[in-house]
Design a protein. Structure first.
Length: 304
């Protein structure tokens, strides 16, 4: 019959290491099993694209990762500097493709239809969609898969542009909240996973980690113009998504009721975007997929 014998004891990795390595393994498996020669992603100078680039290099090696910076008039000088630093640290191919001409081409083509209308989120989204089109063109021409880089906080509340920055074949950080992205970025700077193909040492500059997050789609834009601070947002989302709490229960934790209701509303409204999002690695108990299924449109809401 069967009997147990003494074996080698392998300690479990801590949560940050386990989550980071899961994202890397998921991306590696998806790319290799799908037969892609490599990946391409937009490197904005922000933390989400930086950690996705690091994960891609750790998964595939620098020779299979292509990063593209696509600046426009709202792109800060710091973003250009930080994106270049990430690419240099990781040893990847790095190109700059300005989007001025395609965006202004859209403006000119749409001007007769938009006469008398003020500029709004429509024009902002054209920038994101121009970038998405460029990445897909590179994918079509040369074969790499586009890596999309939206975190779970953004995916939860729809803070992303459909057919723009949501373009892509796989998202390694889809199930990581923004606060976890920050934490894992610091972890990766201090550790090189044993199965990583990327370099050791600092791969994500401190300037990216400490800089206020921004989509850079308009002058002086910050994420907190539209959303609560990420530590607040993530706690509310974990209550609503992971723990399936009612609004009253979340408010009882000390959150502002109006803020909780706003987040809950955005969570339900964004269902249609999530249904069209790229697949990604499952990390949490309630990822957006088989774990949490709601109708795309509905008339029910939690009133209390």
């Amino acid at each position: 019959g069967w009997r147990c014998i003494d074996g080698t004891f392998t300690p479990l990795p801590d949560k940050d290491e386990a989550n980071y390595r899961a994202c890397v393994m998921g991306l590696r498996d998806y790319v290799n099993k799908s037969g892609f020669p490599g990946v391409v992603l937009g490197l904005s100078g922000g933390i989400d694209s930086a950690i996705c680039a690091a994960m891609a290099v750790d998964a595939l090696g620098s020779e299979r990762v292509h990063c593209i910076m696509m600046p426009y008039r709202y792109t800060a000088a710091e973003s250009l500097t930080d994106a270049a630093a990430v690419a240099k640290n990781l040893g990847v191919r790095y190109d700059i493709v300005p989007i001025k001409e395609p965006v202004e081409g859209f403006h000119a083509a749409l001007a007769p239809l938009f006469t008398g209308r003020k500029a709004d989120i429509t024009e902002e989204n054209l920038q994101s969609r121009a970038r998405g089109t460029i990445l897909m063109a590179v994918s079509n021409k040369f074969g790499p898969m586009v890596v999309t880089t939206g975190n779970k906080s953004e995916v939860s509340v729809g803070y992303a542009t459909l057919y723009g920055d949501m373009n892509g074949g796989f998202n390694p950080i889809k199930d990581l909240y923004k606060t976890e992205v920050y934490r894992l970025s610091r972890w990766r700077n201090e550790h090189r996973p044993k199965d990583a193909r990327g370099p050791g040492g600092i791969v994500i500059p401190e300037s990216i980690i400490v800089r206020p997050p921004t989509a850079e789609l308009r002058e002086n834009q910050k994420d907190q113009d539209s959303l609560p601070p990420y530590d607040v947002l993530d706690d509310i989302l974990q209550c609503l998504v992971e723990d399936e709490m009612r609004i009253a229960e979340v408010v009882a934790r000390g959150h502002d009721e109006a803020t909780v209701r706003k987040v809950e509303r955005l969570l339900y409204l964004a269902e249609y975007k999530r249904r069209q999002a790229a697949p990604g690695v499952k990390i949490t108990r309630r990822n957006f997929g088989r774990d949490r299924r709601y109708p795309i449109t509905n008339k029910f809401r939690d009133r209390g």
